[in-house]
Design a protein around this ligand. Structure first.
Ligand code: C2E
Ligand code: CA
Ligand code: CA
Length: 439
């Protein structure tokens, strides 16, 4: 590339500082541009094309330099602008993706330009901090248009601070056993509890209980989830070994979750085999839930893993089935034991009849592929009855029980067993009775 027409970051910061100090009453924006997946562009089309695209953006910004109070380059594919708020409009940049895309003539590939915008509220703030805020705005962009822009707001910073807190406190929380295994019962068509899914909760010191939606995604993104998963698998195995000699519980199994990224950090097959040996339990009691989305990035690795786990005696459940885009294709290649229907089938539908036709057909297909079907998110008697009529084998959902701490699970089980032995008529109808009587 020829020498940059843009200011270096150091010079940009100096110029911007000077302008902000001289015009304390003017409203300015700090705009940071980014090329989406620029590394990919380099890899797909070569560095020469990558450089041409960069030069194209640089020339564009340079040609419009009179519209900006200051301009500079902060990273290879990121430029920064200080702009008078009243003079800024994202439409001024709308032709940029097109002219950049024209550099690539071999395919229909479109260069996507993103803009992160920080409105300078405190002109005394360090220019570098302003650039960081514009970067956070960039990172918050979820839409995938040729030109997309996002404005920084305080909630972006708050969620960043929250994420950092989760990440920094995670390991000591794990060591101090602040994570607790909850169990959610899974019932058969007779309403008997056959198994349970192990679900994590984080007990904070102030008594607050964090639900997985408040930490799992953050742990996945920061590549820490495998540590929690190992902890949960171990706890599940330990509990199964305690249940082994208990006549009421010895036939129960526990399903544990495998996160898509566990594969990179753990020899999953080895670890699970070690656990069944250490706790002297049967692998048949430990079901392994692999979410459907895992298959998108690594189909071959998962096909291999599932075959190995299946051969070792673990029951494999395909979690969240139907939530992704590869559902049917994936089933061609893997031999799972249980299909776990995603809750979306029961919940997010405007057309109940159509969803029911789909559920009915999936269950039939699973049967023909020799798989059991479990439905999660069963919230009403009508849903349970419908699923039962259509051949669903197992049910999990609030209608049966919410996830409960492992020690409370025993009392849920006792309640169910009490119902089983009690004489009909002396008790009001229970969930168990209703599901058993349906169909
Ligand atoms: P999932 O594996 O799909 O787990 C089922 C989730 O559905 C649980 O949420 C459960 O409480 C919820 N649920 C159960 N029945 C109903 C119902 O009838 N209605 C509705 N609306 N929801 C119901 P939870 O416990 O908040 O877990 C959320 C997700 O977090 C799980 O979804 C799983 O993907 C993840 N997760 C939880 N624990 C772990 C863990 O130890 N490791 C990993 N990797 N992921 C975990
Ligand atoms: Ca699951
Ligand atoms: Ca699920």
């Amino acid at each position: 590339m020829t020498e940059s027409k843009m200011n270096s970051m150091i010079n940009f910061a100096k110029i911007a500082r000077h302008i902000l100090d001289k015009n304390p009453d003017k409203r300015y924006l700090l705009v940071r541009s980014n090329i989406r997946d620029f590394k990919l562009v380099n890899q797909m089309f070569g560095f020469q094309k990558g450089n041409e695209i960069l030069t194209c953006i640089e020339d564009f910004l340079y040609d419009h330099r009179n519209s900006y109070a200051a301009y500079g380059q902060i990273a290879v594919d990121q430029f920064v602008l200080l702009v008078d708020k009243d003079k800024f409009s994202t439409t001024d940049f709308s032709c940029l993706p097109k002219i950049c895309s024209e550099i690539i003539t071999t395919t229909n590939f479109r260069v996507h330009i993103q803009l992160g915008i920080y409105e300078i509220v405190d002109p005394h703030m360090e220019v570098y901090s302003m650039c960081d805020r514009a970067k956070l705005a960039l990172k918050s962009i979820k839409i995938d248009e040729p030109l997309s822009a996002a404005w920084y707001n305080e909630s972006i910073m708050e969620s960043r601070i929250y994420n950092k807190k989760i990440i920094s406190e995670f390991e000591s929380a794990l060591e101090n056993e602040a994570f607790v295994m909850y169990l959610q019962p899974q019932a058969n068509t007779k309403g008997e509890i056959m198994s349970a899914e192990a679900l994590a909760r984080w007990n904070l010191e102030d008594g607050t209980i964090l639900s997985p939606s408040q930490f799992i995604k953050i742990l996945e993104e920061s590549e820490l989830i495998w540590k929690l998963d190992l902890y949960m698998w171990e706890n599940a195995a330990k509990l199964l070994s305690q249940w082994k000699n208990d006549p009421e519980k010895k036939n129960l199994s526990i399903s544990v979750n495998i996160s898509p990224k566990d594969l990179y950090y753990v020899d999953i097959e080895k670890k699970l085999l070690e656990l069944v040996e250490k706790y002297d339990i049967s692998p048949k009691k430990m079901n392994v839930e692999i979410t459907e989305s895992s298959f998108i990035n690594n189909p071959d690795l998962y096909i291999d893993l599932i075959a190995k786990l299946h051969n070792a005696g673990f029951a494999i459940e395909i979690d969240d089935f139907g939530s992704g885009y590869s559902s049917l294709n994936m089933l061609k290649n893997i031999r799972a034991d249980i299909l776990k229907l995603d809750m979306g089938f029961l919940h997010d539908s405007n057309d109940l009849i159509r969803s029911q036709i789909i559920i009915d057909s999936i269950i039939e297909m699973a049967k023909r592929l020799d798989m059991q079907v479990i439905s999660e998110g069963v919230e009403s008697q009508e849903q349970a009855a419908f699923l039962k009529i259509n051949g669903c084998d197992l049910f999990q959902g609030f209608y049966f029980s919410r996830p409960v701490p492992a020690d409370k699970f025993e009392s849920v089980l006792k309640e169910y067993n009490l119902e089983k032995t009690s004489t009909r008529g002396s008790h009001p109808k229970t969930t168990r009775d209703i599901v058993a009587e349906t169909a």
